[in-house]
Design a protein around this ligand. Structure first.
Ligand SMILES: [Fe+2]
Length: 389
């Protein structure tokens, strides 16, 4: 087997994890212990409607903690959302944030933190891995979906609305101080969102495990994430009230987040982010559509690793080739079982494929794909997946 223990790496996990059924009850105490006094609650209208934001607000009120709410975060969070949130935090004098929601509010809160830390109005100059150089204000994340892993990652993906693409602000300074991870908060997530976010988490783990910059500690997290997600996603989709499946999915997404934030994502995310920014499509759905096909493309470059993915999925195999192929087939079947759509059923236009391919190629994670991907390879892949049933 091709292990990677001879490569040097660093591993930092700056976020305290408070995990468990009912863990949200600790949110006020964690805020106080970390020194926060006046939080901006960053959330979205769907989470408010589901009653989850209200639950957090009630806990703050019971602890006599004053707060402000910014619930304007959109799906595929926009630069203008982060800039609006930062203006509110400044005007009101908030000294910390609590992000309540899926990846969109959490990524938005991280970007708001970058703006506050740097006394800046616009997020664009902080794109990339080196531009954010000051510690963000205190951030507590309260995830309500099992997918993004953003509660534990060091990056914030924000849509640049002028140039219509997703930019990444990647810095250890964006990491949350505390992640309060309560599986009960994920019970109300609809089946279609459970499916899409769950495959996003699986993609994080598979791409993290096979990225050119993968390392052994992230690999360990990735393999356990793959096991948990493979064995629980269908159950969580079919019965949203299955708290065991929901708990296993939340842990799977957290571990997937640890994996890819220490390694990277790769070509599946490059395409998903291009599609998401061009058509405002759900991130997880885009990943689910492309994951098995990118795995097929990568096959010759990371067969052994895909065979280990198959083992984590609970599959048995005789040869590495067989194991790797079984992993791809498992993903194809899984996306069908949880009823995710085909590429052709979305509103993507083949006329845009060249542009999408160029955007994917320019994505900062393109170089992390185990097999090099050129613009023409992305075009070919888009055509193959568009023609697939
Ligand atoms: Fe993702």
């Amino acid at each position: 087997m091709n292990y990677n223990c001879m490569n040097p790496f660093t591993f930092t996990l700056p976020t305290k994890v408070v995990y468990g059924v009912g863990a949200v009850a600790h949110v006020a105490e964690e805020l106080k212990n970390a020194g926060g006094t006046y939080p901006l609650i960053v959330t979205d209208k769907g989470i408010v409607k589901a009653g989850i934001t209200g639950k957090v607000l009630k806990l703050l009120e019971e602890a006599n903690i004053p707060y402000e709410v910014y619930d304007g975060v959109e799906a595929n969070p926009k630069d203008v959302n982060a800039e609006e949130g930062a203006r509110i935090a400044r005007e009101k004098g908030c000294d910390c944030m609590i992000a309540v929601g899926g990846g969109s509010p959490i990524d938005c809160a991280k970007a708001i933190g970058v703006l506050l830390a740097h006394h800046a109005e616009y997020i664009k100059p902080y794109e990339g891995k080196t531009a954010a150089t000051l510690p963000n204000p205190l951030l507590i994340t309260v995830p309500t979906t099992s997918g993004t892993g953003s509660e534990l990652t060091f990056s914030s993906v924000i849509t640049d609305t002028k140039n219509h693409y997703k930019m990444t602000v990647k810095s250890p300074y964006t990491a949350a101080n505390v992640a309060v991870c309560d599986p009960e908060l994920t019970l109300t997530v609809p089946a279609s969102v459970t499916a899409a976010t769950g495959v996003d988490a699986l993609t994080h783990a598979i791409e993290g495990f096979t990225a050119t910059c993968s390392e052994p500690m992230g690999d360990a997290a990735a393999l356990y994430a793959i096991e948990l997600i493979s064995k629980n996603l269908v159950k969580a989709v079919e019965n949203g009230n299955d708290l065991t499946a929901r708990s296993n999915m939340l842990m799977g997404s957290m571990l997937g987040g640890i994996s890819f934030s220490h390694a990277d994502v790769a070509s599946v995310h490059c395409i998903a982010e291009s599609l998401g920014s061009m058509y405002d499509l759900p991130h997880g759905t885009c990943n689910a559509i492309f994951l098995p096909y990118v795995m097929e493309y990568n096959m010759e470059y990371c067969k052994e690793r895909y065979a280990r993915v198959a083992t984590a999925m609970g599959l048995t195999w005789e040869t590495v080739e067989e194991g790797a192929k079984k992993a791809v087939e498992f993903v194809k079947q899984l996306t069908k079982d949880v009823k995710l759509p085909t590429f052709a059923s979305l509103n993507a236009d083949p006329k845009d494929f060249q542009k999408l391919a160029e955007m994917s190629y320019k994505n900062g994670s393109n170089g992390s794909n185990p097999r090099p991907m050129e613009v023409e390879d992305y075009v070919k892949l888009l055509e193959i997946v568009y023609a697939a049933k």
